[in-house]
Write a protein that binds this ligand. Sequence first.
Ligand SMILES: Nc1nc2c(ncn2[C@@H]2O[C@H](COP(=O)(O)OP(=O)(O)OP(=O)(O)O)[C@@H](O)[C@H]2O)c(=O)[nH]1
Ligand SMILES: [Mg+2]
Length: 239
Amino acid sequence: MTDTNASQSREYTLEDVSVVMGTYNEEEAVGTVLDDIDRYTEGRAEVVCVDGSSDRTPEIARDRGARVVQQRPQGYGVAVREAILTAEGDVIVTTDCDDTYPMDRIPDFLDLINRGYDVVSGDRLYHGADAMPAFNRLGNQGFAAVASLLLGTRVHDTTTGMRAYHRPLVREIEWTQNTGLSAELLLRPVARGYDVREEPIDYADRLGETKLDPLQGGAEILGSILKVCAEERYRQFFG
Ligand SMILES: Nc1nc2c(ncn2[C@@H]2O[C@H](COP(=O)(O)OP(=O)(O)OP(=O)(O)O)[C@@H](O)[C@H]2O)c(=O)[nH]1
Ligand SMILES: [Mg+2]
């Protein structure tokens, strides 16, 4: 079993945390999200926004001390891959910039990484995800069922945007997906035997407009899940 984290020699603190996100025209939410991060990390975490906005999002983010990396908008995964590879902390926390994820849970996620997990994945479906549109909820349950069957390990929420990663894992795996990056970031570590924990979280209504078309986005995510699971199964059997 690959286990980068069990051998870690010291306890990580909030100074070792990078909170990262893609931001695309999130001026309604970005101030609240970054204020929450500051509050719950006591201003000690690095914050990285990979931004493709044409509105005031990057100015608001810079004003609040975030590091803003400008990027032409190319989709969720292109932005988040850049964000996780830019982050300098040993513990990398991803979120959406839409005020849906509970930033007050960052210290809990850090504790779990310190307990030896390589990935801590916020499971929105555990508490029912009432704020999620019914179509998306059903889709997410379907994605989890398909991925669980294909990998032979039960996973519950493959497309959550809130996770903590131990940095070595982020560097050890090659990330290839765009809309389906969130699923890839869970499924490849699960398939490769890293210590992955799904942690129930609350999920709130979005501030501002969604950036994802549910039908097209859903089809792309399903495609990513099938491809990633097939590649990982091949890798398990043929090396
Ligand atoms: N830089 C950048 N960020 C993006 C892009 N597409 C989406 N994002 C950001 O990625 C995050 C996820 O997008 P969302 O619109 O919240 O997608 P979602 O969570 O599937 O949809 P909702 O359920 O409506 O929240 C948000 O913070 C977006 O601003 C992009 O092309 N470029
Ligand atoms: Mg979102």
